[in-house]
Design a protein around this ligand. Structure first.
Ligand code: TPP
Ligand code: MG
Length: 679
């Protein structure tokens, strides 16, 4: 069969279409779009790296959006009721930087753009959350932005249900490319958005038929419109270089009762005389000759980085378009009966009494010493937290009963009805985690959700971005070891903890009993500047903590039982293995071996303690690490002379007790290892 992709020697069909477009009289809109194109060309030339093609192709669509539809005020990019704009195709970052600059936003001056892709410039290679308030999320890993946007659109609906549309009534707009739509995460996220009827979400699809390898015919022959229509979206084809068609489509999208996909047919690298319509304009500078010719084709004869004053003034006026709308909103906020509560939630401040019920739970737990699976203890913590913290929105990727993430009396969200606070995400872990990032980024929501720990790998790219962006999202990951038993090695994480612990700024908690679980939940909710994973057991665990004062998990690791005299061994364990370490200690003490037990529920927090505390906890006696996972990373705490008792490979299918015996993770094995080393 003949290849669908054009041969590299074939004439470039985009050039004829481009010539026809360039032959049209230059309109005001074209000039405004050309300012974006020129800045993108210049910045990429200057940096000698970057992606000019996408901003050049999507400049017309972005101009229509920013001058006619997007509700924003350049004077306050943090205005809570602004429309959210997500550049999911993050490689086209210069499109966003040009828009921020041209609309007159502080913090993205022309000098910043001249330093595109240089150290400490807010104009980084890809949009980085935190570099400028107009950057709503970090993008670059394709598809993530689209899924973040689904979370933002969902957050908007949830907050509108809570505070009413006089305070919360905005849209979410996304620019996504072929790459975003090829990625699996876009399928999950779009399917969820269609199901939930997130009507205030619009994706402008840069339908340019080009990715890095060349024509999309090489790898992408889906009928994308039919695909989105099947998800329950309203879809429409648009001429991505025709302002009237773009405006009509965006107006139509704003009135839709379903999420909308506008497939904007564009020419990548529009105006470049030879590279337009080809992958050649995707990810490298046009080069001085092609760059000059592109500008000349546009009739743009200004020096690099210069935008004529009149054109700047037009763009700045676009940046002020919604200033009046914002002022009216501020007036409504002042009079609104829920003003304080709204401002508190948006600022991410917890309610005053947020941990009172949890404190009561800790006292009860100390008295009752319940033998519980930590996933069940987690549910008890949620029963204390969720009613007290109205911004907590839960969910699970179809494992609600296993993850114990639901709370009695808290209703679920259903399509078109957002009065609930629990999301049935379906079996869409990646989409779920990225949507949660979007909810946290939107503000006013603390998302938590669940799946099995082993499926953290299905969410890893989104967890990594939450850590990079310092977002408060909480993942309840249950069935945390071979302790889950019969489901077998596909479901038994062994390397997962190590993989998660390797992510900077992610707190991975593995509590060992009900008290530790309550403490870890308290820390997770309080943690305003980063994500948290709670690794929880399926099996019941005996209580070892009966003190209720200090939150001992806050230091990441602590001595549970000290040795009666100078230590001969220190057993260091997490989660279900703390109980095992305590049993081994009893046996060792019986043989006269002075042994301490350390619980290490969070490496990230323990590593942040001062060295003297860590030394005091870990001690100078023989260190034995015990964890039903691979030992990768444990040398950090055990040093070169330590012993590790855990897994060395994958698990197996059998009842949990049989597995712990089979893999030698038992109190007897620990005792034997200590005695062998102490000789
Ligand atoms: C998850 C992920 N995989 C791969 C890449 C590398 N990458 C960046 S852009 C791109 C091609 C994207 O094509 P498209 O979205 O159509 O962008 P266009 O070339 O049209 O600008 C690839 C593969 C990435 N950024 N993220
Ligand atoms: Mg493309």
């Amino acid at each position: 069969m003949a290849s669908l992709a054009p041969s590299p020697d074939a004439p470039n069909p985009a050039l004829a279409a481009q010539a026809a477009l360039l032959a049209r009289p230059v309109t005001e809109e074209r000039r405004m779009a050309d300012a974006i194109r020129a800045l993108a060309i210049d910045a990429v030339e200057q940096a000698k790296s970057g992606h000019p093609g996408m901003p050049m192709g999507m400049a017309d669509a972005a101009t229509t959006l920013f001058t006619k539809f997007l509700k924003f005020d350049a004077a306050d990019p943090r205005w809570p009721d602004r429309d959210r704009f997500v550049l999911s195709a993050g490689h086209g970052s210069m499109l966003l930087y040009a828009l921020l600059n041209l609309t007159g936003q502080e913090g993205m001056g022309i000098d910043d753009i001249k330093r595109f892709r240089q150290l400490h410039s807010p104009a980084a290679g890809h949009p980085e959350y935190g570099e400028h308030p107009g950057i709503e999320t970090t993008t670059g890993p394709l598809g993530q932005g689209l899924a973040n946007a689904v979370g933002m659109a969902l957050a908007e609906r949830l907050l509108a249900a809570r505070f009413g549309k006089s305070l919360v009534d905005h849209r979410t707009w996304v620019i996504a490319g072929d790459g975003c739509l090829q990625e699996g995460i876009s399928h999950e996220a779009a399917s969820l958005a269609g199901h939930l009827q997130l009507s205030k979400l619009t994706v402008l699809y840069d339908d340019n038929s080009i990715t890095i390898d060349g024509d999309t015919a090489l790898s992408f022959t889906d009928d994308t419109l039919k695909r989105f229509a099947a998800y329950g979206w309203a879809v429409r084809r648009v001429d991505g270089h025709d302002p009237a068609d773009l405006a009509a489509a965006m107006l139509w999208a704003s009135r839709s009762r379903r999420p909308t996909l506008l497939a904007c047919k564009t020419i990548i690298g529009f105006s470049a005389p030879t590279k337009a319509g080809t992958a050649g304009s995707h990810g490298s500078p046009l080069g001085p000759t092609e760059a000059a010719a592109a500008k000349s084709a546009l009739g743009w004869n200004h020096p690099p980085f210069e935008v004529p004053d009149g054109l700047r003034a037009q763009w700045e006026a676009a940046g002020r378009r919604s200033a009046g709308t914002r002022r009216s909103w501020l007036k409504r906020l002042t009079r609104h009966p829920q003003r304080e509560e709204f401002e508190r939630a948006i600022a991410g401040r917890l309610p005053n009494a947020w941990h009172e019920a949890l404190a009561t739970l800790r006292i009860q737990t100390a008295e009752q010493k319940p033998k519980l699976a930590t996933r069940v203890a987690s549910q008890k913590a949620l029963e204390a937290l969720v009613p007290a913290v109205p911004e907590m929105v839960g969910g699970s990727a179809d494992l609600t009963g296993s993850n114990n993430t639901n709370v009695k009396g808290i209703p679920a969200v259903t399509p078109g009805n957002f009065a609930g606070r629990y999301i049935h995400y379906g079996v869409r872990e990646h989409g779920m985690a990225a949507a949660m990032n979007g909810m946290a980024l939107h503000g006013g929501i603390i998302p938590y959700s669940g799946t099995f720990l082993v499926f953290a790998d299905y969410m890893r790219p989104a967890i990594r971005l939450a850590a990079l962006m310092r977002q408060r999202v909480i993942h309840v990951l249950t069935h945390d070891s071979i302790g889950l038993g019969e489901d077998g090695p596909t479901h038994q994480p062994v390397e997962t903890l190590a993989g998660l612990r390797a992510i900077p700024n992610l707190c991975v908690f593995r509590p060992g009993d009900a008290m530790e679980t309550a403490e870890c939940w308290e820390l997770a909710v309080k943690r305003a500047d980063g994500p948290t994973v709670l690794a929880l057991s399926r099996q019941n665990l005996a209580a070892f903590r009966t003190d209720t004062g200090e939150n001992r998990c806050a230091r990441g690791g602590y001595v549970v039982e000290e040795a009666p005299g100078p230590r001969q061994a220190t057993l260091i364990a997490s989660g279900s293995e703390v109980g095992l370490a305590l049993a081994a200690r009893t046996a060792l003490e019986a043989e006269g071996i002075a042994t301490a037990v350390v619980s290490l529920p969070c490496w990230e927090l323990f590593a942040a303690q001062d060295a003297s505390y860590r030394e005091q906890v870990l001690g100078s006696a023989l260190r034995v690490g015990i964890e039903a996972a691979t030992g990768f990373g444990w040398e950090r705490w055990l040093g070169p002379d330590g012993v590790f008792v855990g897994m060395t490979g994958f698990g197996a299918s059998a009842p949990a007790e049989a597995l712990f015996k089979h893999f030698g993770i038992t109190a007897e094995a620990v005792v034997a290892a200590v005695k062998k080393r102490l000789g």
